[in-house]
Design a protein around this ligand. Sequence first.
Ligand SMILES: Nc1ncnc2c1ncn2[C@@H]1O[C@H](COP(=O)(O)OP(=O)(O)OP(=O)(O)O)[C@@H](O)[C@H]1O
Ligand SMILES: [Mg+2]
Length: 261
Amino acid sequence: MSAMAAPDLGTSTAIAARDVVVRFGGLLAVNGVTLSVAPGEILGLIGPNGAGKTTLLSVMSGTQRPTSGIVWIGDTDITRVPTYRIVRLGVARTFQVVKPFANLTVRENVAVGALYGRHGNDRSSRAAFAAADMVLERVGLAPEAKRQASELTLAGRKRLEIAKALATDPRVLLLDEVMAGLTPHETDRAMDLLRDVNASGVTLVVVEHVMRAIMGISQRVAVLHQGRLIAQGLPQAVVADPLVIEAYLGKRYAGGSHGHA
Ligand SMILES: Nc1ncnc2c1ncn2[C@@H]1O[C@H](COP(=O)(O)OP(=O)(O)OP(=O)(O)O)[C@@H](O)[C@H]1O
Ligand SMILES: [Mg+2]
């Protein structure tokens, strides 16, 4: 299986999954998903609670091994590659339940990302801190650099999660609900940040329940339901798909502009 070529889905791919299955005991959390993300794309990934979104991100970032199926970064099969090497190949993720090192400062947390990232092999801790400072500026956390991570607000902790991932200098960034719980203003700021990151050449996969954010930044949307991909395509077409409305959007979106925040 591992000798198989990456799926040819029309264009080159930044990251792709084919026939991915993740079984937890009797539960099929991901049930045969084939999905390809183009270089430079912003893909929104939506679906109800328990649909398998986080599990799929975990498989794509190597933090969860699939029961079966294959994941590629570009042309490289990473299905059995250790996570630290996947990071060095340029894939980073954030965690839905944020995981800062609570007793380190904000700056130290981000420096850890820089030390273990794509350039980690040949980076001194001094260079890692310099890289961390640039990332903190970029995400707007520089004023909080010396605070303990545990002192940040929810919006700050979400931003720190993005900063830690950015410090690894990813080509592909997988974001798991980084806008959940934010105010509309904080959500707008997060959307601006993600657009800026994407404009710098980073491919994004954005898992989010906040439909206003998904519709505002995604070039394409994919929908998971009970572990299966039930729709993918242009955002406006996907939210008008009866299957998607039935499985997920019905009450919360109904085609209007009021997102579920
Ligand atoms: N480590 C695990 N062990 C057992 N079951 C798990 C594990 N991780 C996830 N699951 C189950 O797999 C299914 C998919 O979970 P997942 O977290 O991927 O969903 P999700 O789409 O991210 O949901 P949410 O929108 O609530 O974050 C759920 O039924 C969940 O309970
Ligand atoms: Mg999840």
